[in-house]
Design a protein around this ligand. Structure first.
Ligand SMILES: Cc1cc2nc3c(=O)[nH]c(=O)nc-3n(C[C@H](O)[C@H](O)[C@H](O)COP(=O)(O)OP(=O)(O)OC[C@H]3O[C@@H](n4cnc5c(N)ncnc54)[C@H](O)[C@@H]3O)c2cc1C
Length: 455
C-alpha cells in the first residue's frame, strides 16, 4: 500500500513532497508552550494548479490539510495537531504584477511580508501592515490571520489592503474574488470571509494588494511613566486631542524588565510604563504632529526620548520588534494572548493581567498596540515544566473571560487557531457561533481544512 507521501509524489513529483517527520513543519511560534504536531507528509506545491491537485486528492481520500505560511503564528494554526498533511505555500513566491504608478501589486501567497514592504518602499510606496515577524511571515499567512502590527492604529489590519484573492476551496476548485479594483460590492463579501479564516475555508494562493504613496517622514516619540495609570491617561489624551498618530504602542513594567535594558540609549530609573508613538506624513506635517504628541505625552512623563536620525528611528523599531523575543527569553517560553479591550478599559486589562498571573503563581506582563486597545497579555513559563504550562493555560482562560467582561475580544490579531478553540462561544451568542459553523460547512463540508482550528 502506498503512503500519503507516496501518493502526493504522483501529484507533485518527488521534489514537491517531504516526509511528515520534517521537524520545521510541525510547530510554529507556540513551540515555547509545548505544541508540536504530527503529519503524514509535507506538500510543497509550486503553482495554484498544484495546490488545487493536492486539495482534490486530500478531499477524495479524507486527509486533513493544514495550510502553512511562514510558521510564525501564535495560535498553533499551522501546526498539524489533528494529523493529515501540511501544505506549505513557500514555493508560490512570485510577484505576478506590480503597477507602482497605480499603487497596486499582485503577489503569490508565499511571498514574505518584508519583501512586499521592501518592493513597495523601493518604488516610493508603502504597504502599511507591519506584523513583527515580517522577515519570516508570508502574505498568505498575514491574510489568513488578518494580521495587525504597530501601524494598524492608523492604517488598519492586513485585510484593509487586500482588494482581491485567489484561493483553492474544497473539493479542489480555484476561485478568484475581487482583483486590481478598489471597489466591489457585487456579491457577498467572500474576500472578507477568506481574510482571517486561518486556513479553515480555503488555501489562499495569491492576492491583489493596495499600496499608498510612502509618507516622507516617520518621526517617533517615546514617553516614560512611573506607572500604568499615568501611561494610560496619556494614551487617552492623544485621542482626546485629536492627534492621529500612525502608531501608539505601550510596554508595562514586566515587559520593560525583559526588554528595557536594550532600549536604545537606555531608560531612566523608575520607569514602569512606556509609550511609543509615531507621527508620519510630509516632513512638515510629521514634525508638527510629533511635537504635538510630545507635548501631550510629556504632561506626566518622567522623560521623553525623541529619535532624530533615520538610523535612530530604525533602531527604535528594531528594539520594539524584539520585545516578544526578549520576553520569551526570560524563562524560555511564554503563553501570550492578544486580547482586545475598549481603549478606556486598557488600564484595567494591563493591571488585571498581572493580577491573574499572581493568582496562578506566574510572572506576567503585557505590551502591545495601545491605540487599538490590543494587549499581548503574557505569562512567562519554562516550557519543560508541565505543571507551570497547565497553570498558564488556566490563567489564559481567565484572560479571555476578562476580555469579554471588559466588552472586548479574545483575539485582536493572532486569531483563534488551536490555542483559543472553543473561545468564540465566550464572546458570541449561540446563534452567531452556529452561523460561523454553517459558513465553515458551506466551504468545507468534510471538515478537512485545518480541522479543530478557529472554532
Ligand atoms: C516575533 C513575532 C512577532 C509578531 N508580531 C505580530 C504582530 O505585530 N501582529 C500580528 O498580527 N502578528 C504577529 N505575529 C504573529 C504572526 O507573525 C502572524 O500571525 C502572521 O500573520 C502569521 O503568518 P505566517 O505566514 O507565519 O503564517 P503561519 O503561522 O504559517 O499560519 C498562520 C495561520 O494561517 C494559515 N495560513 C497560512 N498561510 C495560508 C494560506 N496561504 N492560505 C490559507 N491559510 C493559510 C495557517 O493554516 C494558520 O492557521 C508575530 C509573531 C512573532 C513570532
Amino acid at each position: 500500500m502506498r503512503t500519503v507521501a507516496g501518493e502526493l509524489e504522483r501529484v507533485l513529483g518527488a521534489g514537491g513532497v517531504l516526509s511528515g517527520e520534517t521537524a520545521p513543519y510541525l510547530s510554529d511560534a507556540t513551540e515555547g508552550r509545548g505544541l508540536r504536531g504530527r503529519a503524514d507528509a509535507v506538500a510543497l506545491p509550486a503553482s495554484t494548479e498544484e495546490v488545487a491537485s493536492v486539495v482534490a486528492w486530500c478531499y477524495e481520500h479524507d486527509v486533513p490539510i493544514v495550510p502553512r505560511g511562514g510558521g510564525t503564528g501564535f495560535t498553533a494554526g499551522a501546526v498539524p495537531l489533528a494529523g493529515g498533511i501540511v501544505l506549505s505555500l513557500e514555493r508560490l513566491n512570485a510577484v505576478r504584477a506590480f503597477d507602482p504608478l497605480l499603487w497596486r501589486i499582485c503577489v503569490e501567497a508565499g511571498v514574505r511580508t518584508a519583501d512586499v514592504r521592501r518592493l513597495a518602499r523601493e518604488n516610493g510606496l508603502l504597504f502599511p501592515p507591519d506584523p513583527g515577524a515580517a522577515e519570516q511571515s508570508q502574505i498568505g499567512g498575514n491574510i489568513a490571520t488578518n494580521a495587525g502590527g504597530p501601524h494598524a492604529f492608523k492604517y488598519g489590519v492586513t485585510g484593509a489592503w487586500v482588494t482581491g484573492l485567489e484561493a483553492v476551496v474544497p473539493p479542489g476548485e480555484v476561485v478568484a474574488v475581487g482583483g486590481p479594483i478598489r471597489k466591489d460590492v457585487a456579491g457577498y463579501d467572500l474576500r472578507g470571509l477568506l481574510v482571517g479564516s486561518e486556513g479553515t475555508l480555503g488555501v489562499i494562493t495569491a492576492a491583489w494588494l493596495r499600496l499608498l504613496p510612502a509618507p516622507e517622514a516617520f518621526l517617533p516619540v517615546v514617553a516614560a511613566y512611573e506607572g500604568v495609570t499615568a501611561g494610560c491617561a496619556a494614551i487617552e489624551r492623544v485621542l482626546g486631542n485629536g492627534l492621529q498618530a500612525a502608531a501608539l504602542e505601550y510596554l508595562d513594567a514586566g515587559a520593560l524588565a525583559a526588554a528595557g535594558a536594550a532600549f536604545p540609549g537606555g531608560l531612566p530609573a523608575g520607569v514602569r510604563f512606556l509609550v511609543v508613538a509615531e507621527a508620519d506624513g510630509s516632513a512638515g506635517e510629521a514634525a508638527r504632529l510629533r511635537d504635538e504628541l510630545a507635548a501631550v505625552l510629556g504632561e506626566e512623563a518622567l522623560e521623553l526620548v525623541v529619535p532624530r536620525t533615520p538610523a535612530e528611528v530604525a533602531e527604535l523599531w528594531r528594539w520594539r520588534d524584539g520585545v516578544s523575543i526578549a520576553v520569551s527569553a526570560q524563562r524560555g517560553g511564554k503563553v501570550s494572548e492578544d486580547i482586545v479591550v475598549p481603549l478606556d478599559r486598557l488600564r484595567e486589562a494591563v493591571e488585571e493581567t498581572v493580577a491573574i498571573g499572581d493568582r496562578h503563581g506566574l510572572e506576567a506582563c503585557s505590551w502591545g498596540h495601545a491605540g487599538d486597545g490590543n494587549l499581548h497579555a503574557t505569562f512567562l513559563v519554562d516550557p519543560r515544566d508541565e505543571m507551570e504550562l497547565e497553570r498558564a493555560e488556566r490563567a489564559a482562560g481567565e484572560l479571555f473571560e476578562l476580555a469579554v467582561r471588559l466588552e472586548g475580544s479574545v483575539s485582536g490579531e493572532h486569531g483563534l487557531g488551536w490555542v483559543k478553540r472553543g473561545r468564540l462561544a465566550l464572546q458570541w451568542s449561540p446563534a452567531g457561533v452556529e452561523l460561523h459553523a454553517r459558513i465553515k460547512q458551506a466551504f468545507d463540508p468534510k471538515n478537512l481544512l485545518n480541522p479543530g482550528k478557529k472554532t
